[in-house]
Design a protein around this ligand. Structure first.
Ligand SMILES: Cc1ncc(COP(=O)(O)O)c(C=O)c1O
Length: 391
């Protein structure tokens, strides 16, 4: 007798192609190949020592019980202080909900604002999970194609013309994955007021906010009252595996967020919340800043190196740790190019198809989440591969 089937909604959830690239890379490595990894979207640095020490201390002290659903009060306060000191905006700690990474924050935020059948606007290319979160809630995702010439971010005209009576929110990331593009503050304000006029939300994923190479970025919270911000300790704070993120909500959604969070996850992992508190301390912040500078130095080597090889990257990305490169001059199929670079040159990258459909076949993503030496090695391997007629 066969088992009952899974729900119909899971049929629509696409897998992450980058995980397949990673799995194949691991297979090749197990067979003895040496590879350069530029597919992985997480810092190569281990979590900063003061953060690890705080996590260990929390475990040793037995701080292993549940916290209140929206998070430890001292962590919510520290996040509010961080907004005041680094992001130029005053946020009451009561508006902050600590979650299991930005992923938990996104699921909670979208669950609070989307009803089945309603539409979420997302960019193409964009972070692939956004669409899937909407589908999982029985909502729809409508993609807005964004281009390099327009700075890889949506503008108010394209958003206004894509909106229908069912549109409930626009979700974008700044700096973005896969492009590293930052949206100008003035455009965010225009978007927030355009959406507010139609009773819709602007959700901004600021997970890469700390990784800005053009100076501190103002938070999207300044853009309007209908703005919801998602953030995380994963990237700038180097804590991907600890699973701590947060959400900044308007007061009107706080009580509902508390209720939903109690039911869905009770609270975010508590020893990791104690570690996250230390991540905002001055010792750890000094380390995070050094790492940000290291990422910037890597970008400044990889970007000209890729351009020299024939990849087109018209705009220098201002943040995150990604370069989204047009490879049309080298190949007419980015999936084939990514596969051949992995199999033949030993360089793992992600094909554009992971991030949407819009000109995905002519783009690939490079993540500079590996050291300068490996980046030089990767560039040299690609040079040899292309010279030998690859691509
Ligand atoms: C834009 C964006 N948002 C959210 C996430 C998920 O992050 P977290 O580890 O905090 O759940 C990622 C991870 O790559 C991301 O790139």
């Amino acid at each position: 007798m066969s088992l009952p089937e899974s729900s119909s909604r899971v049929a629509d959830i696409r897998p992450f192609r980058v995980m397949q690239v990673l799995a194949r890379a691991r297979e090749l490595e197990a067979a003895g190949r040496h590879l350069v990894h530029m597919e992985i979207g997480e810092p190569d640095f281990a979590t900063a020592p003061p953060v690890v020490a705080a996590g260990r201390e929390a475990l040793q002290q037995g701080l292993t019980h549940y916290s209140p659903a929206p998070g430890l009060p001292q962590l919510r306060q520290a996040i509010a202080d961080y907004y005041r000191d680094q992001r130029g905006v005053s946020v009451a700690p009561s508006r902050i909900v600590v979650t299991t990474g930005a992923s938990g924050a996104l699921q909670l935020a979208l669950g609070l604002i989307l009803d089945p059948g309603q539409t979420l606007l997302v960019t193409d290319p964009g972070y692939p999970c956004y669409r899937n979160f909407a589908l999982f809630l029985g909502a729809r995702a409508h993609t807005l194609p964004v281009t390099a010439v327009a700075g890889w971010q949506p503008d108010v005209h394209s958003v206004a013309s894509a909106m229908t009576d069912d549109t409930r929110a626009l979700l974008l990331a700044s700096p973005a994955n896969p492009t590293g593009a930052v949206i100008p503050a003035a455009e965010l304000e225009r978007l927030a007021s355009c959406l507010a006029a139609r009773q819709s939300w602007l959700v901004v994923d600021e997970i890469y906010h700390g990784l800005s190479y053009t100076g501190a970025l103002p938070s999207a919270l300044n853009a309007g009252d209908n703005v919801i911000v998602v953030d995380s300790f994963s990237k700038y704070f180097g804590m991907t595996g600890w699973r701590i993120g947060w959400l900044v909500l308007p007061e009107s959604l706080v009580e509902a967020a508390d209720r939903v969070q109690q039911n869905l996850s009770i609270c975010a992992p508590v020893p990791a919340q104690h570690a996250a508190l230390a991540a905002l301390g001055s010792d750890a912040m000094a380390i995070h800043e050094q790492r940000r500078e290291a990422f910037c130095a890597r970008r400044d080597v990889l970007l000209p190196g890729l351009r020299e090889l024939g990849f087109s990257i018209p705009v220098t990305p201002a943040g995150a740790f990604y370069l989204y490169a047009d490879c049309a001059a080298l190949s007419d199929n980015s999936e084939v190019l990514a596969r051949d670079l992995l199999e033949e040159a030993g360089v793992a990258i992600t094909p554009g198809a992971d991030f949407g459909d819009h000109r995905a076949g002519q783009h690939v993503r490079f993540a500079y989440t590996t050291g300068l030496e490996a980046i030089d090695d990767g560039l040299e391997r690609m040079r040899r591969f292309l010279r030998a007629g690859g691509g």
